[in-house]
Design a protein. Structure first.
Length: 515
């Protein structure tokens, strides 16, 4: 079921980056925490101006001429004028031209200006599109919260065809739903599919302006997203509960937060997880989507605090570009108990997943892009350290679950939760994939959604994601098309032809909130 004007943003980021102080909603006695005012990565990308100007720093006529003459050199010999194209490479040259350039030798400044001007229209179109599919005005349940107190958004949010009710799907076959074009949960596209790439939520970009793109922004309201920052639970110190201290873990604070909680090996793995490496859109070349050259992104820029805040990109496993699907960042909680990793790649160890991300998610599954922009080949010892750290990330506590079976303890669960559990393991068919104490089967399944749509080919097999702590990680499905748990129940009620009643759906949501 699972699974950015620049000046003001920079000022905000300099003030906030590196930590996040806030009073957690619903946590009595919570104390505002001191926030670090520095982001070492941002500072490394933007060196300070010299205190005084030295003569050797003054631009000379020679310096100014170099910029032009270097790009328009004289040929090695005039005899090349007799050769095809006068010896020049006039076609696309990936080592020179940016990915997606409209023509060979198109300057970065031209690309940036064009795409920056188009950005408002791109996002307006996406906003209009989303408003046509979903009720984007969040309804919150203050009594149901995530681990640090953020209220859950309540659905369903999908807009049905005129005259239809959710109950009507119970009497319709997949063919009839397809014929009427009534399926409400079609694939959710990237706002700028032609460029694609990693997009970060505005709340994160405000804290870390280095994650701002000039061509596209995040598209979903914050109310439908996970907490920022998310809680962190360590399986080696379960008695501590959330150890995040309400901060986003970065290179600035990781040592202060985790020294004494982690072994030196795990702590070094965490260092690597908060160290930036070049990525497709965030890199030091002119083939990027940031105004200024970038050191890249960190593992924990996407997997914030070892969890997620719904950052998305395009899956690296599919071609051509228009066939690739939007892919939400998944949580790393509980990876120690999972045997396959990646939505479609079925990687069999967290070490492989950690290592291969440099050539897959970071660079769209294209090793030539990685070679151009800065592929980081991580030493296997460091890979092991990173994996050991990730294997410490635990699920949130679930006090109503039996410690052995993962089923509800009848003495602690509500009647609605118990009824929902019965549906989950019975009529709802949920346990067919989400089985065992951690509600996953380490398999991949194909829902064959093409049964319900004429114009979409379906997604093929997708990994079964764990449902433990599922309330902490909206939106749902691999592309986030289900904004709430209620939407997710409606989705599967249609796809699996369950014919659940309204009350059964409510109970099923109650059960999943308890996981």
């Amino acid at each position: 079921m699972k699974r950015l004007a620049i000046t003001s943003a920079i000022l905000c980021g300099v003030t906030l980056a590196g930590g996040f102080a806030f009073r957690a909603v619903g946590q009595p006695g919570a104390v505002p925490l001191p926030a670090s005012r520095r982001d070492a990565v941002q500072e490394a990308q933007a060196p300070a101006r010299p205190v005084q100007q030295r003569v050797e720093q003054l631009k000379t006529e020679h310096d100014l001429a170099i910029a032009t003459s270097a790009k328009d050199p004289a040929p090695i010999t005039r005899d090349l004028q007799k050769q095809p194209n006068q010896g020049q490479t006039l076609g696309f040259d990936f080592g020179r031209d940016g990915n997606g350039s409209a023509r060979p030798m198109q300057p970065f400044e031209e690309i940036m200006t064009k795409e920056s001007r188009a950005k408002a229209d791109v996002m307006a179109a996406q906003k209009s599109y989303l408003a046509g599919r979903f009720n984007m005005r969040p309804r919150l349940d203050p009594k149901a919260t995530m681990s640090r107190g953020k209220p859950l958004a309540v659905g369903p949010t999908a807009i049905l065809p005129e005259g239809m009710r959710w109950e009507d799907f119970a009497s319709m076959t997949p063919a009839e739903i397809r014929e009427k074009g009534a399926f409400p949960y079609t694939a959710l596209p990237h706002p700028l599919q032609t460029n694609g790439g990693q997009v970060f939520p505005q709340m994160q970009v405000q804290m870390f302006p280095r994650l701002q793109r000039f061509d596209v922004d995040f598209d979903l309201p914050e109310e439908f997203l996970p907490e920022f920052p998310p809680a962190i639970f360590l399986n080696n110190r379960p008695e501590l509960g959330d150890v995040s201290q309400g901060e986003v873990v970065t290179i600035n604070n990781y040592y202060r937060l985790f020294k004494g909680l982690l072994t030196p090996v795990q702590l070094d793995g965490l260092r690597m997880l908060v160290t930036p490496f070049p990525q497709e859109e965030f890199n030091p070349t002119d083939d990027r989507k940031t105004l200024e050259p970038s050191l890249g992104v960190t593992c924990f820029d996407c997997h914030v605090n070892g969890h997620t805040t719904a950052q998305f990109h395009l899956n690296p496993d599919t071609r051509p570009q228009e066939r690739r699907m939007r892919l939400d960042t998944t949580s790393l909680r509980g990876v120690f108990n999972q045997q396959i990793h990646g939505s479609k790649r079925s990687l069999r160890s967290i070490e492989d997943f950690t290592e291969f991300e440099q050539r897959t998610a970071y660079f769209n599954g294209d090793q030539s892009h990685a070679a151009k922009k800065g592929m980081n080949i991580i030493d296997r010892v460091l890979v092991s350290n990173m994996a050991q750290m990730q294997n410490m990330l635990d699920f949130p506590p679930a006090p109503k679950l039996d410690v052995a079976t993962g089923r509800l303890n009848p003495d602690k669960a509500s009647d609605a939760e118990l009824r929902g559990e019965a549906i989950f393991f019975g009529k709802g068919k949920c346990a067919s994939c989400h089985s065992g104490a951690f509600y996953l089967d380490d398999k991949m399944h194909d829902l064959h959604l093409e049964r319900f749509m004429y114009d979409e080919p379906g997604d093929g097999p997708i990994k079964t994601f764990t449902l433990r702590g599922i309330k902490d990680s909206p939106p749902y499905l691999h592309d986030g098309r289900c904004l709430t748990l209620e939407d997710t129940v409606e989705f599967f009620n249609i796809v699996l032809e369950l014919k659940l009643t309204k009350d059964e759906k409510v109970d099923l949501v109650a059960f999943m909130r308890a996981l």
